[in-house]
Structure formats: C-alpha cells, structure tokens
Design a protein around this ligand. Structure first.
Ligand code: ASP
Ligand code: MG
Length: 319
C-alpha cells in the first residue's frame, strides 16, 4: 500500500464548499487503497487576521504566546475537515503538530523541524484512518508550541512525507503549478510540467511563492517527488523531482529586493559594528540573499523589501 501525502493551502479550505471539494479529492485517493495523510493550512486569511488581532492587544506580543495563537488556525481546519470526512462515512482523525511527533528547535515563528516521530501517525494509518495534520506547527524541548514561518505548511507536508517514506507529496492550492513567468503579469506564460528540485529552489529563492523554500530542500534531500496542483480542477500540475541532465530554460522571474550598504573606512575590522549588523538581521528576521564586503563597504542584499523603519534601526544602532 502506498502512502500519499496531500497538502491543502488556505484558500483551498476557506469555506464549507471548498472543504467539500477537498474531501472529495481525499476520498478518491483513499478509495484507490492508499494510506492518506493530509496536511492543512489555516482557512483563508486566518493567520493574517490572528497576527493583527494580537497586535491590537500588544505591539510586541511574546513569541511563545504568538505561536500558541497562530497555531490555532490550522487546528480549526484539521478538525473541520475530519468532521466532514467522518460525516461522509470515512474514518478520519485530526492531529496537532505535537500529536504527530513534529519536534522542532526553539525558534518561535521560524522553527526548524529537527525530527518526526511517526509512531502515532503510523498507528492511525494501520487502523485505516485518514490522518489530518495541522500544518505549520510543531513542539520544542519545553513541550511548547512552535510555528515554522509563514507558508510553513508546505514544509510540514514534505517533512512528513519524507519521514513516512511516502510515494509522493501533492501540494494543492489555488494555482495549478509552476509557470514560465508570473501568469498574472505575462499573459503567454505556460505551465511547466516537470522541473528539478534545484530549478524550483532557484525560482522560489527569487520570489516565486508556489512553495515554502525549506520544503523543497527537504524534498530534494529525501527524494520525495512534489506535485503541485489546483484544488479547483483536475488539470495536471507541475512535478518537482530529480531530473538528470537537461539543457532547457524553464522560467523567468523578476524580484524587487533591497540592498543595504554600510560605508566607512576599515569597516571590515569593526567587529562591534559587524556584531550589531548580525543582531539586527536576526532580530528583524531578515533573509539575506547576498553579502559583499570590502575595505570600506559592506553591502547586503535582502530577499524582501526592507522597510524604512528597519533602515532607521540600522542607522541608529550604527551611527
Ligand atoms: N497558515 C500559515 C500561513 O499563512 C501557514 C501556511 O499556510 O502554510 O503562513
Ligand atoms: Mg503557501
């Protein structure tokens, strides 16, 4: 019996009608005699809403409590989907990150999965259950809830697929797959039927938002084919897997990034300043793309646009 992991993104589970469509896809695969593990995101814009609600209460909520709050979104989805599957006569059980054995490090809001104890998941599968897992969450050494960073349900899905040695991992969302360019901008963009992990990593590090970056690295490491598909139709999606030797152009992408440059003679020897720069990057969870250092200049390219508030922090801490 094959184990198949299916992940459904926020828009795919946003309403009861959509949950019905999701349930049908699950049932089709379950009826073909597969072990089914489902990972769900929070419904619609729930995570954004929870973040802004926490900010109404405090400008700087505790990282621990924020993760308790944010993880609640996925738990609503997993329970609703399981209730619906049960109603349709299918045995489903919902599991939190902790119940699924997803152990992470201590970095709240951006935790890294360290290992997954699959005992509970496997026991449920042996009982022919459809296992519905809350994406985006795990637990740490203090038995506290952690979350994996925005978009982290993809990483849950592919990590669980790797731990279970699943046949493949489907990522269902509101887009059919990976395109030769952003189809919202370039009308002639075409869907790419197959691409390699490295190609997908290159695209997503440049801003393609189809998959959480870390999920692709896990897919590659454990060689789990990732299939991206739309939840709303039956069109073929894009398959991301090992592709050996090829020589083609797959996609073109534009990304607006920020470059911050710090200038001053002998900056390279100013260990105090270097320490502060690193602290600022960590504190503000900035993602670096590139670093250039010379005698008089440090230039850092960041993955996303850096706000003027953060620039002001660099200014006030360094000067
Ligand atoms: N709900 C979380 C987010 O919006 C995780 C996810 O959807 O992957 O970032
Ligand atoms: Mg996503």
């Amino acid at each position: 019996m094959d184990t198949i992991v299916l992940k459904f993104g926020g828009s795919s589970v946003a309403s009861n009608e959509r949950l019905e469509m999701v349930a049908q896809k699950i049932i089709d695969l379950y009826d073909q005699n597969n072990n089914i593990v489902v990972i769900v995101s929070a419904q619609g814009k729930t995570t954004d809403k929870l973040i802004s609600e926490s900010q109404e209460l405090s400008k700087d909520p505790s990282d621990r409590e924020l993760d308790v709050l944010l993880s609640a979104g996925e738990q609503i989805s997993m329970a609703k989907l399981s209730i619906l599957l049960n109603e349709q006569g299918y045995p489903a059980v919902s599991l939190t990150g902790w119940q699924s054995g997803i152990f992470t490090n201590n970095t709240n809001q951006n935790a890294i999965i360290e290992n997954i104890d699959t005992t509970r998941i496997e026991n449920e599968l042996k009982d022919k259950k459809i296992v519905v897992i809350a994406g985006f969450q795990g637990f740490n050494e203090n038995l506290d809830i952690t979350t994996l960073g925005r978009g982290g349900s993809d990483t849950t899905a592919i990590a669980v697929a790797a731990a279970l040695k699943a046949k493949n991992c489907y990522i269902f969302s509101d887009v059919e797959g990976v395109y030769s360019a952003d189809p919202n901008v370039i009308k002639s963009a075409k869907k790419i039927p197959a691409l390699s992990y490295d190609e997908m990593l290159a695209l997503s590090s440049e801003g393609a938002s189809v998959l959480h970056n870390r999920s692709i690295e896990i897919g590659e490491k454990f060689n789990i084919p990732i299939i991206t598909k739309s939840s709303f139709n039956k069109e073929a999606g894009s398959v991301i897997s090992d592709i050996i030797e090829e020589n083609t152009i797959k996609s073109i992408i534009k990304k607006d990034i920020s470059r911050i440059s710090i200038v001053g003679n002998g900056i390279i020897r100013n260990t105090n300043a270097l320490k502060r720069i690193i602290e600022l990057i960590e504190e503000n969870k900035l993602q670096m793309l590139n670093l250039e250092v010379s005698e008089t200049k440090i230039s850092i390219d960041f993955k996303n646009t850096v706000t003027d508030e953060i620039l002001e922090k660099f200014h006030s801490i360094l000067l």
